[in-house]
Write a protein that binds this ligand. Structure first.
Ligand code: PMP
Length: 767
């Protein structure tokens, strides 16, 4: 039986009899409007008034208990709702014999419904906002099992309710409008839900449930729709109905927001979600009315708000959500948000001209969640680019760890703290036996700088071998050892003490994939430099390389390469530095670190980006012998390196990596991605090479698969087209023709399929 068929049908006389029998009230009864219950206004001969509430037969006792408890709380704290009147025997809920309906008596709240009140002045609306704010404040912390329910009026169910019932809306124009506004608002809300506070809410401050008396809001009635949901839902519902047929909906709404915020401050994300929630409530109302009217075509109350909604929704559809957000922010006394174009203009004014911004149409990102970014318009992007938020943008365990530690203590390494030692021990446990001494800094650059100092202190030499096209960081010295920079625009060439070995690029280099002993062949590039230095009487300090050269074009080192290189370097007395800033922590799927794929053990390992998941942490791990050489009397100290919060974050990242088994996930998803990309290669002549391991992937675009002419412009077109379709990737390599894919590790096979299909269309266009 449908819930609507069970509405009570007490007569006025039966209600008066009940009042007399159960509450000892001698009163006349009149019927008040209600959707699914029966409410009787009782008036005693002395003029005292009460409301007798006869519940729908489907109403569970627990739900009425929750309502009573909430009303008692709100009435006591605010006086802005009816209070429960117990029966002579003390019960607050009665079950009259022979009836399936539970009965309650509540005090009468004076006033007429806002729906019937003529003039909705700004002052009255502000008071409405205050009233809802006070109610929500009174309900803060209130809980009851009955309000945790799957309820069709819960705004959190908007997608389902609209999806299921919108086909029942007979008026085609209204149906199309609800679909359009509903879609837009769902998208806007969807990206924010994670950040909306939850709690017990009244959930039905429609203009029939808001009473006005003597020019002010006397209060809110009918707690029957209470639910545990987004707190912002309460002001949203109030706004939705208060602006119906209002000549200026937005200023009217902002008066309510002002009142609410003054007593119960809204958070940024709630303010942003308010307008879409208002629209959703009205869309839900249209859809649910259509559904209910199918079942009870004669019930007038069901359609009570429909005509005003039909008139008002088109006006709300014309309001830009971002404009509404700024109007509401101002109502709360907060500054308006800068628009995307205002930010772009300010950026040109305030930032150095060589601070680049990605994409022809830059992305104005405002939120991140795992492998997704969301822009200011609420658009979702699959993040195929950012390897810094390694375990996912804003991973809640990492956020919680940082927040917890920030509250407790954040200081430096001059004091003893368990977090520093635990993090260091956990980090060392991920590395080969020989690497057992840690230093903490704040970035990859700082870590590489420190690695150079360690190498120099240990060898007392300076000559360094680097790989062509490499990048190791932004400091003065690191620019000097990064061919990508010193040979690039604005660079001042190779310093005398830096020696550049060829990149072992098996696609484009001198030795191609499949060549016999290819790793050894490329290693001779290093051997020749070592030999030349020896012939010049110059001693070698060391060799530094990424374990999978990324800036050089997402290169995978051929087997045997590093083993041979390390042999040559060590024979010459040099140390071997592995820059694992991009490849550490399971990204390559097969191993936790890139160098492990080459079966070598470096003397110094440099860590950055992923180890703090966006929190700035750099680390250097080395051998006891090198650490001893560095401990030469000069103190080492980094103010922020190894601070307590960073250590808590670093530990949380390692915990998540382990608990969510992200390395094996990367192996599995990476294999799937590479397989899909290789299929793409068959279909698109521009794709010259697909390479990678785990979630470290490169797709090299060439104009001609014989000459390997780099398709630089096409690569830029592809990256921008993918951005337009909702995916973020970048370009890499000396000719900027290698598509770089290295997403946060939670990236799924579905994300891979979606990204590959965006790539496929983009490649089609770029030809
Ligand atoms: N090494 C490598 C391999 C890098 O890719 C980078 C940054 N792109 C760095 C070092 C420098 O790291 P940071 O920007 O954190 O200083």
């Amino acid at each position: 039986m449908s819930l609507l068929q069970q509405a009570p049908r007490f007569s006025i006389d039966a209600a008066a009899d009940l009042a007399r029998a159960c509450y000892g009230l001698d009163a006349s009864a009149t019927l008040l409007p209600s959707e699914r219950d029966q409410n009787f206004l009782l008036t005693t001969p002395a003029g005292a008034r009460f409301v007798l509430k006869v519940a729908n037969a489907t109403e569970a006792r627990a739900s009425l208990e929750a309502q009573n408890a909430a009303m008692a709380l709100v009435a006591a704290r605010t006086g802005r709702c009816p209070n429960v009147v117990p029966a002579a025997g003390g019960e607050s809920i009665l079950a009259p014999a022979g009836s399936p309906h539970l009965v309650r008596l509540v005090t009468y709240l004076p006033g007429i419904p806002l729906a019937q009140h003529g003039h909705r002045t700004p002052a009255l609306l502000e008071d409405l906002g205050r009233c809802i704010g006070e109610v929500d404040l009174a309900l803060a912390g209130f809980d009851h099992p009955a309000i945790h329910r799957d309820f069709h009026w819960d705004l959190a169910n908007a997608a389902r309710v609209i999806g299921e019932h919108v086909p029942l809306v007979r008026d085609a124009a209204l149906r199309a409008l609800v679909e359009r506004v509903g879609d837009r608002s769902l998208q806007d809300v969807d990206v924010r839900t994670r950040w909306l506070r939850r709690g017990a809410i009244h959930n039905d401050a429609n203009d029939w449930n808001v009473l006005v008396d003597e020019g002010r809001i006397s209060g809110l009635i009918d707690f029957g729709d209470m639910v545990a949901s987004w707190i912002a839902g309460d002001p949203a519902v109030a706004i939705a109905y208060a602006v119906l047929d209002h000549p200026d909906p937005l200023p009217a709404a902002s008066a309510i927001v002002r009142g609410y915020h003054a007593v119960n401050p809204l958070e940024d994300e709630e303010i942003a979600a308010l307008f879409p929630l208002v629209c959703l409530r009205l869309c839900m109302s249209v859809c649910l009315a259509a559904w209910q009217q199918e079942q009870r075509p004669d019930d007038e109350y069901l359609g009570v708000s429909q005509d005003p909604i039909r008139r008002t929704l088109p006006r709300l559809a014309d309001v830009e959500p971002a404009v509404a957000e700024n109007v509401f922010r101002r109502a709360c006394g907060l500054g308006a948000r800068m628009t995307t174009s205002e930010i772009a203009v300010a950026r040109r004014r305030t930032m150095g001209g060589n601070l680049s911004v990605a994409y022809r149409t830059p992305v104005h990102a405002v939120r991140g969640w795992m492998q997704y970014l969301f822009d200011a318009d609420g658009r979702r992007y699959i993040d195929g680019y950012n390897n810094v938020p390694h375990v996912g943008h804003c991973h809640p365990r990492v956020v919680a760890a940082a927040e917890r530690q920030m509250r407790a203590l954040n200081t430096n390494t001059r004091y003893l703290h368990e977090a520093l030692e635990t993090f260091a021990e956990r980090l060392i446990s991920t590395l080969p036996e020989a690497l057992r001494v840690c230093y903490f800094v704040n970035s990859g650059s700082e870590a590489n700088e420190l690695a150079l100092r360690l190498a120099r202190a240990h060898t007392r030499r300076r000559e360094l071998i680097v790989l062509d096209a490499a990048y190791h960081g932004n400091t003065t010295t690191l620019i000097e050892i990064s061919p990508y920079k010193f040979n690039g625009p604005g660079g001042s060439g190779r310093p005398d003490w830096v020696h550049v070995a060829p990149v072992p690029d098996v696609y484009r280099g001198a030795h191609k994939a499949g060549d016999h002993n290819i790793g050894e062949k490329y290693a001779t590039g290093v051997a020749e430099i070592v030999e030349w230095l020896r012939s010049q009487g110059r001693g070698l300090c060391g060799y530094i390389a990424e374990s999978c050269p990324s800036v050089a074009g997402q290169i995978m080192l051929p087997p045997g390469y590093l083993a041979a290189v390390y042999r040559y370097v060590r024979e010459a007395g040099g140390v071997c530095i592995a820059d694992e800033v991009q490849t550490a922590y399971g990204r390559i799927g097969t191993h936790f670190y890139g160098f492990e794929q080459q079966a070598v053990v470096p003397d110094i390992v440099v860590l950055g980006k992923p180890i703090g998941n966006g929190h700035p942490i750099g680390a250097v791990v080395t051998t006891e012998a090198i650490a001893a050489s560095f401990d030469n009397g000069m103190e080492f100290f980094s103010t922020f390196g190894g601070n307590t919060v960073s250590c808590a974050v670093g530990l949380a990242v390692l915990d998540v990596l382990h608990d969510e088994q992200l390395q094996s996930h990367a192996a599995q998803v990476g294999a799937h991605l590479l397989e899909r990309l290789r299929r793409l290669q068959q279909a698109h002549p521009l794709v010259g090479d697909v390479r990678g391991s785990g979630l470290f992937v490169g797709v090299e675009l060439v104009r001609d698969t014989k000459t390997l002419e780099p398709a630089r412009r096409e690569a830029a077109d592809v990256v921008n087209a993918v951005r337009e379709s909702g995916g973020l990737i970048g370009t890499e390599g000396p000719s900027h023709n290698v598509l770089k894919i290295r997403p946060p590790m939670p990236f799924t096979e579905t994300d891979a399929d979606d990204l590959v299909s965006m790539l496929s269309s983009a490649l089609q266009e770029a030809r």
